[in-house]
Write a protein that binds this ligand. Structure first.
Ligand code: PNS
Length: 166
């Protein structure tokens, strides 16, 4: 039987324990997960794509069969290039649903062969987002329980160097 591979796309600006929860649990369903960092976001990111990839590589070390990559342009083109048929996304609160439905529907119309598979984020991470982490850190709050150590240090450095992205 062929390997079940999923692409887990996102901005990951930066990776949080919520993302890692999805990756860790995703590995009980899929043989391999490709974490794909979007490089052409309209958002004003705090971290460069290379920094986000590097933080993800550190954070996913030892988790299992995970690779980290970045992509430009349409997710469906990237998934096709990688010959993968499944996109993995995490769903937190109800507020995510409409946004995710929109993305999944557009992707389905672009390539009907690709399935988007949703995994509910564990309750304790259901209100955690990269934006919230950045806001807390920006105003001096502790993000220790929200992101891995390396990410916490990297955010501190960014804001002490005058980083502005939220
Ligand atoms: O972490 P995010 O920002 O919620 O991730 C959104 C992402 C990267 C999955 C989505 O914006 C995306 O796939 N963008 C690539 C461009 C694309 O394919 N657009 C059409 C579907 S929205």
């Amino acid at each position: 039987m062929s390997e079940k591979i999923a692409v887990y796309p996102g901005s990951f600006d930066p990776v949080t324990y919520g993302h890692l929860d999805i990756i860790r649990r995703g590995l009980s369903v899929f043989d391999h997960i490709i974490v794909a960092v979007l490089n052409n976001s309209r958002k004003d990111p705090l971290f460069t794509v290379n920094e986000r990839v590097s933080l993800l590589k550190t954070a996913t070390e030892g988790l299992g069969s995970v690779s980290v990559d970045s992509f430009d342009g349409l997710l469906m083109d990237y998934v096709h290039k990688k010959n993968v048929k499944i996109v993995l996304r995490g769903l937190r609160a109800i507020s995510d649903f409409e946004y995710e439905l929109q993305i999944a529907s557009i992707n389905k119309s672009l390539n009907p062969e690709i399935e988007t598979c949703f995994m509910m984020t564990s309750n304790r991470f259901s209100f955690l987002s990269s934006s919230m982490v950045k806001e807390v850190a920006k105003y001096g709050g502790s993000v220790h329980d929200l992101v891995p150590e390396a990410v916490e240090q990297a955010i501190k450095q960014k804001y002490s160097a005058g980083g502005h992205g939220l």
